[in-house]
Design a protein around this ligand. Structure first.
Ligand SMILES: Nc1nc2c(ncn2[C@@H]2O[C@H](COP(=O)(O)OP(=O)(O)O)[C@@H](O)[C@H]2O)c(=O)[nH]1
Ligand SMILES: [Mg+2]
Length: 336
């Protein structure tokens, strides 16, 4: 028997042929960040980019329940539309459940697991929880990398579930091709979503828990807010679901497919992805430069620079320049 693969390239080969342990290890590398993560990113980048659907909203709004139902719908296939004459089954579905709000208790993550339990034994479905990664860039870099790893492992569709509460979570949620914002009936939920900046990133709205009172009010609030926002070529539809009963999920999936067709036919998909790559490149550059400054410019440390700024000796620009100069000097002496 040969030894289990451990190098990123071996792991990726194994993952592509269905080895789930190998896939989990690759995603752990991505999550941890650092040098191995860079190796994984280099290997995975050439693969086809999966289509990504973001599901975001307040804790408890039913995102995991909805995701669980969407997996069923996706496995049945993309509905026929436009150029696609027949339904096209999605061979493999990946789920990344991102919940940085509970890195220690794992409470929400446990909930996600329970909600999607029925897919646990399906080899075509891979569900992974992701918590914060220690180094700079955090989840905003780890999630797109994880998506690409899933793509390289043969997953054409990845659902990213995020709690839409903080700025970082909203950023992660918005970095998907189709972003679904979930609200529940009840006074002010739509308003809360708007405050959290979710209105701007929504391609589709779902009023989940449609079995509860206040559905028409929630729908009306959302429509009114949409009326007030700048007109664009895509007005986000507002759908109603009862995720716990599977009601409305087929329509939601059809709306995702329609949005995808819209993005593809207008060239918006390409433009959006390009903007995301630009953002990712900015983040990687920032991370690399900061890393260099931390390790190489130790003689003139970051902390000293902060002190100098606090003491009024340097302004942040001159402090940054001094650190970069120091880094360049050291790079010159000891080439990488
Ligand atoms: N009444 C009702 N409860 C729901 C519905 N969808 C989900 N739930 C319940 O709401 C709770 C939170 O769901 P969950 O999917 O974990 O929410 P998440 O935190 O957004 O992922 C669970 O107890 C679900 O069973 C729904 O449509 N109606
Ligand atoms: Mg959840």
């Amino acid at each position: 028997m040969s030894a289990a693969p451990s190098a990123p390239d071996e792991l990726l080969d194994a993952a592509a042929s269905g080895d789930r342990v190998a896939l989990a290890r690759l995603l752990s590398m991505v999550e941890r960040g650092g040098a191995l993560s860079g190796d994984v990113a280099r290997l995975a980048y050439a693969a086809a980019t999966p289509y990504t659907v973001g599901i975001t909203g307040a804790p408890g709004s039913g995102k995991s329940t909805l995701t669980n139902e969407l997996i069923h719908a996706a496995r049945r296939g993309w509905p026929a539309h436009g150029d696609r004459a027949t339904t096209e089954p999605v061979a493999r579905v990946g789920v990344l459940a991102v919940d940085p709000s509970s890195p220690f208790t794992g409470g929400a993550i446990l909930g996600d697991r329970v909600r999607m339990q029925e897919h646990a034994t399906d080899p075509s479905v891979f569900i992974r929880s992701m918590a914060t990664r220690g180094h700079l860039g955090g989840l905003t870099l780890a999630v797109p990398e994880a998506v690409r790893v899933l793509g390289a492992a043969g997953f054409p569709l990845v659902v990213v579930e995020t709690v839409g509460v903080g700025q970082m979570e909203v950023e992660v949620a918005s970095a998907t091709d189709t972003t679904v914002v979930v609200v529940t009936p009840g006074w002010g939920d739509a308003m809360q979503a708007s405050k959290a900046g979710l209105l701007e990133i929504a391609d589709l709205f779902v009023v989940n828990k449609g079995d509860r009172p206040g559905v028409s009010e929630a729908r009306r609030d959302l429509q009114q807010m949409l009326d007030l926002s700048a007109p664009s070529e895509w007005r986000p539809p507002v759908l109603t679901t009862v995720a716990s009963a599977g009601d409305g999920v087929e329509d939601l999936w059809a709306a995702v497919a329609l949005h995808r067709a819209h993005l593809e036919s207008t060239g918006t998909l390409e433009r959006r992805r390009k903007a995301r790559y630009a953002q990712e490149l900015r983040r990687v550059l920032t991370a690399l430069v900061l890393e260099d400054v931390r390790t190489l410019a130790a003689g003139r440390s970051f902390d000293d620079a902060v002190r100098a700024i606090a003491d009024g000796e340097l302004d942040p620009y001159r402090a940054a320049e001094a650190l970069l100069d120091e880094r360049d000097r050291q790079l010159h002496e000891t080439p990488r």
